[in-house]
Design a protein around this ligand. Structure first.
Ligand code: CS2
Length: 448
């Protein structure tokens, strides 16, 4: 039997579940890219906010319509379950499970484009959020919008059509919330949206600027891709009920959001999110330290023959290298906000990476390096270079990335795979990658 609203009543009483009346709640959020990360993070916070709202009778109507652009996979997992799924927190102490009820349904944009546009245009919608991964922003190497990539099956098209309908109907604007690992993700999204609008809907530019906002966010929770083994252990915890949409994650989670909303929002701050005026110090530290060390462990770990993050971090040499990247190379490039302790942050990250019960695959982190490395390593490198300092750990990471691009860890999964692999196999791979005419040209100039 599958998890479903009807099956909820039969679940063991110890399993936490939605306290609010799901059917009575309107959809307030349309989310593009409803993968495991969104389900374990923003949807989980939103569910907690609605649980609290049910107790206090003060926060409601934040159900989520999820959108997948092409793949029907998540819709097939979630729709037959009425949108219900479990979040399993895994630690050395065991598994803690909660059923999340915040997702109403999942639409597949390639199959039901009009329904996606209608969801963005609905009067109850106040937030359009995104976890479309770094490559989903369709950026050219110089960071501008690549119009060939941002075609009619990109989120740009659907958001624009939905906003156009809102403007025509005299409805208020929405908050566009990027929850992807990009530096300054809000400002980037705003600039890319404006480039899209100027080309395709110039009459909407002023309305967009006056009625919508794009706050920046720092999002953090380690969420490995769900495996069949995970589904089996969640089913066992659910008394035999199968949950095709379950996600397995760590107990830690953090969400720092710039408090600049165009319209109402859930009371996420009441359930652990930090609403701040300046996200940059958190975001920079997270990208350069956590994600920077993650990518380092991925490429160096795969080269050393490991499969998982917890295995790589248990290797004393790799652990030292990750510590060096975080403490000696990344931390000096960050101006901490009062109360932000970068040393303690590095310690906490090492402990999170060592979580033995999270099978986080290095190959998952290794994908899309061309989209990740600029904000994870190259900004740190450039910053240090300008101060006359070297970055031996990042240099080691770059050589392990080149090894990866040469095909030693299997096929390369990256939108620029062919060009990267060709450059990595040349006599001077660093120059071929980053020098003039290379696939990563203009982002960082190798020196020394
Ligand atoms: C990882 C991130 O896959 C990756 O590239 O570095 O997904 C990482 O697990 C998250 O950003 C943690 O918040």
């Amino acid at each position: 039997m599958r998890l479903s609203p009807e099956a909820l009543a039969a679940l063991p009483a110890a399993i936490a579940r939605p306290l609010y009346d799901r059917d009575a709640q309107a959809v307030g959020i349309v989310h593009f890219g409803i993968g495991a990360f969104h389900r374990a993070h923003q949807a989980w916070y939103t569910d907690a906010a609605m649980n609290l709202g049910a107790e206090r009778r003060d926060d409601a109507d934040w159900m989520i319509t999820g959108v997948s652009l092409r793949s029907p996979g998540v819709a097939r997992q979630m729709n037959p379950q009425g949108g219900l799924y479990s979040v399993a927190e895994q630690s050395a102490e065991g598994m803690a499970l909660r059923i999340v009820g915040a997702v109403r349904n999942v639409l597949v944009a390639s199959e039901e484009p009009d329904a996606v546009i209608a969801a963005v245009a609905a009067p109850s919608t106040h937030i359009v959020s995104l976890t479309v991964t770094e490559k989903g922003y369709c950026r050219a190497a110089d960071g501008s919008l690549d119009f060939d990539l941002a075609h009619s099956l990109s989120f740009y098209y659907f958001v624009t059509q939905g906003l156009l309908a809102r403007a025509k109907a005299g409805l208020p604007g929405v908050t566009l919330l990027s929850c992807d690992n990009l530096a300054d993700n809000g400002a980037k999204l705003e600039s890319l949206m404006l480039q899209y609008l100027e080309r395709h809907e110039p009459d909407l530019v002023d309305w967009f600027s006056q009625n919508c906002t794009c706050p920046s966010t720092m999002i953090d929770r380690i969420v490995p891709a769900t495996t069949d083994e995970d589904r089996a252990s969640v089913a066992a915890a659910l008394g035999g009920l199968l949950d095709e949409a379950c996600v397995v994650t760590e107990p830690f989670s953090q969400w720092v959001i710039e408090d600049r909303f165009a319209a109402p929002r859930p009371r996420w701050e009441a359930v652990g999110a930090q609403l701040v005026t300046e996200v940059a110090p958190y975001e920079t530290a997270k990208l350069r330290m956590l994600n920077g060390a993650h990518s380092l462990l991925a490429y160096c770990g795969l080269r050393a023959g490991y499969a998982y993050v917890h295995e790589a971090i248990a290797d004393p040499d790799l652990r030292r290298l990750a510590g060096q990247l975080m403490r000696n190379e990344a931390a000096p490039t960050i101006t901490p906000t009062p109360g932000q302790d970068l040393d303690a942050y590095a310690d906490a990250l090492i402990a999170r990476f060592a979580n033995p019960s999270l099978n986080h695959r290095l190959i998952q982190i290794a994908m899309d390096g061309s989209q990740k490395i600029p904000q994870r390593w190259l900004e740190t490198l450039a910053h240090n270079q300008a101060q006359g300092r070297t970055c031996p750990a990042i240099r080691e990471g770059l050589s392990a990335w080149i090894h990866h691009l040469q095909g030693h860890n299997g096929p390369v999964d990256d939108p620029l795979a062919d060009k990267l692999s060709r450059a990595a196999k040349s006599n001077e791979p660093l120059n071929a990658l980053f020098g003039e005419g290379g696939p990563m040209a203009g982002i960082w100039r190798p020196q020394g």
